[in-house]
Design a protein around this ligand. Structure first.
Ligand SMILES: [Zn+2]
Length: 237
């Protein structure tokens, strides 16, 4: 300690003065150090910034009640729900298809959304499978169910929000909102598959192929939906 102090005192005062000729070199050094510092900070903060940017996506287009296109071109299919189809060239719109698209558009069009994934991140058509959340944390998939603009769709192994989604569907059914209002039910019976949780008309070949241990019968379509089953795409019960 004493040695250090002694050194301090023996250094002549002039040593702290910087000769004018050295100023330019000194300035260059400072500028260089500053640049290195800024570059390091930017590099360090890059992964954080990138992660943030990556978690929010602008919705560029709304196909229908359960499918959108992001600004980066990826097509996203909502998980856990199915909305009725809108009209296509070869077939007319399903009941509540246009209304479902309109609500979805109102919720997410040109908005920034956060995607949340389940076990499968893509379907067989290359669409991203996701739960969508708005910046105010509105759960988009759930909103469509709440209004009766979509029904709950079971699909193994993507079951993260199943109990919530089925509960919301039952609330909408009980309130008779959206598609549940004057729900066009016909007396069944309908044949359900406990494994796939799809239900069929009794004559459907897919339904007939159901293993006896997986069979369940529903008196009405409403009962099948209430139990969390969704209609077969082939026989369209
Ligand atoms: Zn069927």
């Amino acid at each position: 300690m004493r040695a250090v102090r002694l050194t301090f005192f023996v250094i002549p005062h002039s040593a702290f003065r910087i000769p004018k000729s050295d100023w330019t070199a000194m300035k260059a050094k400072v500028r260089f150090t500053y640049t290195i510092l800024v570059v390091s900070l930017l590099t360090l903060s890059w992964p954080y910034g990138a992660a943030l940017a990556d978690s929010l996506h602008q919705v560029r287009w709304v196909d229908d009640g359960d499918t959108v296109v992001l600004a980066d071109g990826r097509r996203v299919r909502y998980v856990g729900i199915n909305a009725p189809e809108v009209a296509h060239e070869d077939r007319p719109a399903e009941r509540f298809g246009p209304e479902a698209r309109d609500l979805n558009r109102k919720l997410v069009f040109k908005k920034k959304v956060r995607l949340e994934f389940d076990r499968e991140k893509q379907d067989q058509y290359g669409r991203v499978l996701a739960y969508l959340f708005l910046q105010d944390s509105t759960f988009v998939n759930a909103e469509l169910l709440k209004g009766g603009y979509a029904y709950y769709l079971f699909r193994r192994p993507n079951t993260k929000y199943d109990s919530l989604l089925l509960r919301l569907q039952r609330e909408a059914m009980a309130k008779r909102v959206g598609m549940w209002k004057r729900f066009p039910d016909q007396r069944g019976p309908y044949l359900g598959n406990r494994h796939s949780r799809r239900f069929h008309q009794m004559t459907c070949p897919f339904g007939k192929a159901t293993a006896p241990k997986h069979r369940i019968t529903f008196k009405t379509k409403y009962d099948a939906f209430w139990a969390g089953y969704s209609p077969c795409k082939r026989c369209n019960p």
